[in-house]
Design a protein around this ligand. Sequence first.
Ligand code: SAH
Length: 383
Amino acid sequence: MTTPIFLNEPTGSAPDGSTPPDVRRSLLDLEYAELEALLKSMGHPPFRARQLWEWIYKRFAADFAVMTNLPAELRRSLAETATLAPLTVAAEVVSQAGDTLKVLFTLHDGQTIEAVLMLYDERRTLCISSQAGCAMGCTFCATAQGGLARNLTSGEIVAQVLHFARYLATPGAEPHSVAERPTHVSNVVLMGMGEPLHNYRNVWAALRRLTDPGAFGLGARHITLSTVGLAPQIDKMADEPLQIGLAVSLHAPNDMLRTSLVPVNKGYPVDEVLGAVSRYIEKTHRRVTFEYALMRGINDTPELARELAGKLRGLLCHVNLIPLNPIPDSPYQPSTSHDAEAFAQILRDAGISTTVRLRRGIEINAGCGQLRRAHRNSEARPN
Ligand code: SAH
């Protein structure tokens, strides 16, 4: 395991010892029309909004000072009242192979979130968070242990992508990884902290900006949203014009077992989730991914594989089997690779496309919420 590098330990303390909140408005929270309106209210013509938008989304500027085609007075007043950096890096870790980079960000109110960049062959896949914490309570997940602090704003979601876009586009950027630069973020997955469909409005506002060709311009098909299975929101997602990919965290084929792992299953039982998924496929004709974290002796038996195959038969889907990334103080352990392969083979024999995915970055605490937890513990220790 690589030791995390903790940066930016709390600074600028207020008299009571707390960090004063940054009250400047984050321009990353604004739609284009809102940015135009803001500039108009400051006495500037609409084309200034276009210039600013391009600095933010095409050139990944984090600072108004570099925007030399804007009048100096505008740059000054923006710097006083607004920010392009709603996140600061609190810690970062690179895997030993240099192909996974995990960052812990601090938000203006002191909350922390994680994002992970994975450098596969040609792909630069970025896993981002949608909430600070999570309310879903999955019993095997590190993020669930602290509960939900709050929703991220659309700007805080977008800012994670812009941070890594900037990193990849900067020759010689630290920390050093295997990324050959210049390059760009090619895929985004909403599989970090939080339940994206529990923060529907802000997540979709962020997705619109990330895919807008005039803004970040990433193809919707290169983005995947992973949900615990909030059925009504899956139905809502099916009506969205953007072709964002859907992944559903199933983890068990029946209600008794699934409720013990994913408590929201009480509200949205397996058949209800699968019903919403099947309506989604009917409407969008898009293949859905099911995620299944394999836990030794819990959900990895051949009987459960057969039960799962029965449930998924006929659905346009793919199953991702992920050996559990064990978290401290948890009774769950990952399946053996032999059991994982046997489970996969039963699904494949039933005609279901299945992969056993390696949890990359396991050595850098890439499991949800684990770096955040390590950071908290390190802060709690006296120097
Ligand atoms: N809330 C969303 C997205 C965030 S979690 C969801 O539930 O899908 C992303 C994925 O990581 C989910 O499939 C989740 O079940 C899985 N996960 C969480 N903790 C894990 C762990 N310790 N090991 C393996 N997978 C885990």
